[in-house]
Ligand binder design. Sequence first.
Ligand code: ADP
Ligand code: MG
Length: 674
Amino acid sequence: MDIRYLKGVGEKRALLFKKLGVDNVDALLSFYPRVYEDWTKIVSIADAPLGETCCIKAIVGHDPIENKIRKGLSIYKTVVTDGESLMNVTIFNSKYTADKLKEGEEYLFFGRADIGYSGREMNSPLIEKAGSGEKIRPIYPLTHGLTSKVVENAVRIALTAVGNSIKETIPDEIAEEYGLISKKAAVYNIHFPKSQYHLEQARKRLIFEELLVLQLGLMLLKNRNRRLTAIKAENDYTQEFYKYLKFTPTNAQKRAINEAVADMKSDVPMTRLLQGDVGSGKTVVAAALMYNMCRNSFQSAMMAPTEILAQQHYMTLVEMLKDTDIKIALLTGSTTAAQKKKIKKALEDGEIDIAVGTHALIQNDVVFKNLGLVITDEQHRFGVKQRSALSEKGKNVHTFVMSATPIPRTLALIIYGDLDISVLDELPKGRQITETYAVTTELRKRAYNYVKKHLDEGRQGFVICPLIEENESSTASAIEYAEKLAKEDFKNYKVALLHGKMKAAEKKAVMDSFAAGETDLLVSTTVIEVGVDVPNAAIMIIENAELFGLSQLHQLRGRIGRGKHKSTCILISDAKTDETKQRLNTMCKTTDGFKIADEDLKLRGPGDFFGARQHGLPEMKIANILDDMEMLRATQKTAKQILTSEEGIRAEKYSELRELVRKLFENVGENSMN
Ligand code: ADP
Ligand code: MG
């Protein structure tokens, strides 16, 4: 039922509800309160915690007395008692509320208790009749013009209208095993909990359902894949590939390559995630797989989130495979139309073996002759949907996803439930640890001098500019800053600027010249954050380091220390809070991405870190993937049981669950539900 037709909602409010993402009654019922006001926990006036919100039950001593402060502003005062103590109650400018209070009657006062000149007091409390007001009240997230009260009323009406027809989604035996209350009871109690206990039970039930649906969806994606017949790599050409490398692969690289090649030789398509910290050498692994595919007569595609990165991969591959007959092409938004046309034709004719690019690769008009392998880099920037869009360019192709965001393995297993995982837990030999220092702005000149020392030794460096969002004014300040450096402190060096507002071709030119060693110092915004690889770069300054998250600092720092040179990163910040100091200190203490991720998690909380957006997972309404680890495990087990049962999720008793999975993963098609 459309929310418009709900009593008391109407066209105008319906629009506001839509802003909250609520357009029908079902959506309204799963629009959960943000917090609750507990009017069942009643404290005595004497015990009321000062300065905190609480609920007091008391009898009104006299009808409120009006006090006209000035025209249009009245306050009403009365005194109330709980039989032991007295409390002054003041109501501001609400005759309506004041008139509700009658001498000798008992009410609940919900508000902040304080001590004033004449003893205990409560100003502008919310008031309800005692005997009927002892409830836990929902508080809903707000949007312009929609108060929590309006949402509450709409939910109440919706529950009377359709509450009885709320369908059970979880079969009895599962509910029993985990002690889950019914869906109907859960929906009632999440909105209007009978008690804290009921609220907990409701939350538990709804979180279980949400996570179960997530797990089912991810596993179905994986299973869909498992039932397909793969493009099979007949032979393993890895040893042949190694001959073209200028270095010996690390054991971790070898292991990852072997795992992936084994997948590609098997009967089902590979869906593998490669986790490796910055600088662990993921590109070589990708190259080895693409080489294998090519020698087995299939094309490969490699997708990166930015043009610069795509371009860098392209150059790396061209260089690495220059002594082979393998044809590589670059396809990005800035490829000229004529060039694009040529590349597309060549891809369709099978004349190109490896296509590297950005989102441009998943456009409809890009057709491959015989695509066998799809690799996406820096996976957290792509969603589950984009991942599959590229795979659909071929028939049952192998997919390989590379991520530099370290996540504890147990967690990775769950949130990447649709993928197998390889880990690069070893850095290439000879790599030196990047030393990191945090300094205040007073020491900026000294930091500059330190940079110059490195540049004089033939190294290159980065200065990361103090801006998070790239808008006009911050870009202007980055440009100004770069010009100042170029004219003053670094006038004897070649300084270039890179920022997000530059045209792709300009960025490319700047990056090319930096990679070629023609520029000494690159002043950049965070556009260099991901992947860029210039082994000669050995020094980095990060301005206003306090503005960056730990993981972001780690990514930025990962742009240096990629070669044999000893590298240094200087964090400049005047921030004084303990949290910031602790954050910067963590950066100085360790270069281990997993440790930094842990710390980041502790400091920023899971909301930010494991945000759905970051990992391309569907958004959760009530569950929190990190807080609800126990529940995650339980649902993972249950999902497995469901999918391996005789009829699988097709069984009648799972029909409602199936519907929920379909809704959550719109792209999990009907035919994957078998
Ligand atoms: P990331 O995992 O961050 O994407 P890259 O693939 O860009 O790392 O590799 C970082 C640098 O390390 C590159 O310059 C690459 O050539 C080099 N490299 C990769 N593997 C090895 C290795 N086994 N031995 C030496 N250098 C390596
Ligand atoms: Mg990389």
